[in-house]
Design a protein around this ligand. Structure first.
Ligand code: NI
Length: 388
């Protein structure tokens, strides 16, 4: 297949780009040099592009034949992780590392630009390449959408490299993939005083304890047992001394789920439980609740096509199913507006040290996966445009 042949032809280029990005990681929404490098490469390749969302870039290739518009997305930001791989292309920036593989996404997407530029005459429509900033903070995709990235786009496809899947496999499945991630903060106000005289006080620690216990009934008693959700209180802060009753307490937590309407259901339940539990004990509670990322739900038709394309690249037996994850992914900002599919590209290989989880200081990938990734981006765009 031509996309695989071309992906092989550009393999060394993609490795070089990946290592370049890997050596120079940048924090979310501050990917200034990465963005500059991407623009320089696009300039060299000779395709149309524009900056977006501060440090993002969209490149466009219009095919020789009319048709729809597909966007291919790769995120580009790094993480506050100290690199421990010992590789010669290790991070040169203290405390920052491409520990989630977004360097590989940027490099593979550049590879796909090269492949599809060569195949321009075979493209029925338009391909847009989304080099997205700020995925790790859930801000980049939102900002790109606000600035009109999806105007004229009919569908979107994304790849995430995966060190926990063997190199040579691809995952693309319909339905819930990554969870929504919400954040909440409950501020309980009581009345402080002496620990020996609780009757003169309203103890916010007791209210906080009761609130945490009552929140446990949301998942167990209010939500369907067939639709998973997580409500976690991750921190509780109150008090200064063993014999002082504090005036207030602050609880903070996260919520994960796949059902889009759970945003409303769970935020209302937390509000209600916090407020009435506080009232039971004569205290008051104020709840702040915000959504960081929506759930990533793969469109049925896109997922079917993504499996068919994957089978052409790695063989049907290597198209694997892994089920949903409770991590978040802001690809959902795009795929909640246009039909889309988020896929995973296997890059695990213990013999090459690619056996550590994402966000680990020893995170590494098997670079052989890039041939499949570049071919997959390219072939999916061609297949989508041919079919629609
Ligand atoms: Ni990631």
């Amino acid at each position: 297949m031509k996309t695989i042949e071309l992906a092989k032809k550009y393999h060394d280029y993609v490795i070089k780009m990946r290592r370049e990005f890997h050596k120079n990681p940048e924090a979310s929404m501050q990917e200034y040099n990465t963005c500059k490098k991407i623009k320089e490469e696009l300039e060299k390749i000779g395709v149309e592009y524009k900056g977006i969302a501060g440090t993002g870039v969209i490149a466009t290739i219009k095919g020789s034949q009319p048709g729809k518009c597909i966007a291919l997305r790769g995120d580009i930001d790094a993480l506050a992780v100290i690199e421990e791989t010992g590789k010669e292309y290790s991070s040169k920036v203290d405390g920052l590392m491409h520990a989630c593989g977004h360097d590989t996404h940027a490099a593979m997407l550049l590879g796909a630009v090269k492949v599809l530029k060569d195949m321009k005459d075979e493209i029925h429509g338009t391909v847009k390449f989304f080099f997205q900033p700020g995925e790790e903070v859930g801000k980049g995709a939102k900002k790109m959408v606000e600035e009109g990235a999806l105007e004229g786009v009919d569908s979107i496809m994304g790849i995430h490299i995966a060190s926990m899947l063997p190199v040579g496999t691809i995952n693309a499945e319909a339905g819930a993939r990554m969870a929504a991630a919400d954040k909440f903060k409950i501020t309980i106000t009581g009345k402080g005083g002496h620990g020996s005289a609780p009757h003169q006080c309203i103890d916010p620690v007791v209210v906080g304890a009761a609130t945490i216990m009552n929140l446990q009934s949301i998942v167990s008693r209010e939500l369907s047992p067939l639709k998973p959700a997580v409500v976690t209180v991750g921190s509780i802060n109150s008090g200064t001394r063993f014999n002082v009753i504090a005036p207030n307490a602050v609880l903070e937590g996260t919520v994960r789920y796949y059902e889009p309407d759970y945003y409303k259901t769970i935020s209302e339940a937390i509000e209600r439980i916090a407020k009435f539990t506080a009232e039971t004990y004569r205290a008051t509670a104020v709840v702040e609740y915000e959504n960081a990322v929506k759930p990533t739900i793969n469109d049925e038709n896109c997922a079917t096509l993504a499996q068919e394309t994957a089978a052409k690249i790695v063989g049907k037996e290597n198209v694997v199913m892994v089920g949903p994850e409770t991590g978040g992914e802001d690809f959902s900002e795009f795929s909640s507006i246009v039909p889309g599919v988020m896929t995973k590209l296997g890059a695990g290989n213990p013999q090459k040290g690619a056996c550590y989880p994402h966000h680990h200081g020893k995170f590494e990938v098997d670079e052989d996966a890039f041939v499949y990734g570049v071919a997959y981006y390219s072939q999916y765009a061609l297949d989508y445009l041919n079919k629609n």
